[in-house]
Design a protein around this ligand. Sequence first.
Ligand SMILES: Nc1ncnc2c1ncn2[C@@H]1O[C@H](COP(=O)(O)OP(=O)(O)O)[C@@H](O)[C@H]1O
Ligand SMILES: [Mg+2]
Length: 257
Amino acid sequence: MSAAPAAAARSPATAPPAARLVGIRKTYYKPDGSVLVDALKGLDLVIPRGEYIAIMGASGSGKSTLMNILGCLDRPTEGVYELDGAAVEKLDDDELSRVRGEKIGFVFQAFNLISELTIAENVEIPLLYQGIPAAERRERAAESLKIVGLDNRMTHRPRELSGGQQQRAAIARALVGKPAILMADEPTGNLDSSTGKSILETFETLHAAGLTLIMVTHDDRIADRCERVVRLSDGMLESDRDGGGRARRRADAGGNG
Ligand SMILES: Nc1ncnc2c1ncn2[C@@H]1O[C@H](COP(=O)(O)OP(=O)(O)O)[C@@H](O)[C@H]1O
Ligand SMILES: [Mg+2]
């Protein structure tokens, strides 16, 4: 019954988990109201704060549907979702989008930067939606770009950057709202392997700083580095196991005393 001190410090018993899903179902309907697809069929999942988790599974298994629910972009048809201790189904649409803006940062496979804007302007966008004044927006965008090592590319346009740099800018944009959870859907999918590796190192640095990371991926390298791998199959949880990063962290903790 004795938890290692490091583990106890990471998940204090009093703090709610980052995300808690109970009996989550998502049904897509046809226009006539008949069932089109049961995309999630009663999913239970608790994601502790500070965890680095990979969500894997075949195409069509429900990964994006789950991600959209976790990210408050969509609501479940049935079940309970608590984000940071707050029941999401009780929020109206405005509250939901406010919570999304405050708590969650998104990174997409295709970066989704706006080509007409500079990198700094792209990174400022989430703050614009939050009504933050221009001077503070600029300052925070610069801070965020510094974290990902792009503070020397602020006035560039997306097309003037490499794929890896564009993904770093997208990570900076996801971080600028100081989210508790960073979610990524195939973040290394459009990158060559060495660039992908450096992006993963950036994610690891953020995780070490306390961020909860939830990644949808086909990339086994992410599974090797994260702490936990959840695999979906046909809208259900097929397996839930440790990732390679958990063992590495244990070894590090042991080595330090
Ligand atoms: N908006 C939608 N309308 C109808 N069916 C959908 C919609 N989005 C996803 N689906 C279906 O739900 C299932 C799960 O899809 P998805 O969550 O995108 O899987 P994955 O991301 O694992 O590939 C698939 O059968 C897909 O065709
Ligand atoms: Mg998908």
